[in-house]
Design a protein around this ligand. Sequence first.
Ligand code: TRP
Ligand code: SF4
Length: 339
Amino acid sequence: MAEADLKPRRILSGMQATGELHLGHLLGVLTNFVRLQEEAECFFMVANLHSLTTFYADYRAAHRFIAPMVADWLAAGISPEKAVIFVQSDVPEHTELAQILAMFTPLSWLERNPTYKDKQANSEKELDSYGFLGYPVLQAADILLYDASHVPIGEDQLPHLELTREIARRFNHYYGSQKAVFTIPQPLLSQFPKVPGTDGRKMSKSYNNAILLAEPEQTLEKKLLTMKTDTARVRRSDPGNPENCPVFSYYDFFAPELKNEIAAGCRTAALGCIDCKKQLLSRMLPRLEPFRQKRRELAEKKNLIHDILHEGAQKARKVAAATLARAKEAMGLAQGYWL
Ligand code: TRP
Ligand code: SF4
């Protein structure tokens, strides 16, 4: 079991539900999920306990976006027939394993974690809880419970995955004398790790530069037409460099077959930015419309999402409970061991 295979066999990934999903999620994460569910056993989890590390004082804020996010997942093509979709807190094995892993996770590993310091420094919220410091321990439990061979994540999550690997190795070292208990997972980075927002910075809700997946046609047009381009193109006749233009990077995903032509037009100033954006819009609209359509249908089917998550939790629990039992047995916590 020890080192994971090269080919994805078992996938676990999680996402916090903190707001409406945007193109950054679609290109960076969801497209990967949709592809992976065809080739591996997939578990996709709503990390609502992780959300409570920041939204502890207002759990409603942490939970309000769960159903809409799952609807976004389904509309993007994640299928409950192909993947197990569940909410973290519906599977209590996560908290139990996290507490067990906490016993031997050195504080220094957690204090070194770059996202810990970053978030603490940049948040208005008081983030000095035991739970917040232990965020990566809970994440390790999420991953190890499913014997994940691979974890699709964004680059920002790499330090967390590295911690998961260290925690798993330490567990195997202490308690896996006969055979390794936990699989050491590998990261799977997306093809489009950094999707730019309308201002050219990384797309993020907090920068107010996001194009939502469910973006209505009119605001999509407005956002695209006012989107930042290569700043060298001050006048229409100034040639541009598509490499410096966030609009151009959308062509990668929405119309790769036009890239050469667009790049040439931009470099010679034969093509103006407005035309360039309009062409992109005409490619984006038909690609996003089926998503919006499905999303509208799902909005009326609250019960469907409830049922999917209920069934998902049951399936996830079976796997999680078996792994937890194995881990507890390895460290002398199986029932009757004290006799
Ligand atoms: N920390 C991840 C994020 O904020 C969410 C997450 C929780 C996760 N558990 C996970 C991601 C397990 C991958 C695997 O994006
Ligand atoms: Fe960007 Fe297109 Fe304008 Fe070139 S023509 S700068 S690629 S928007």
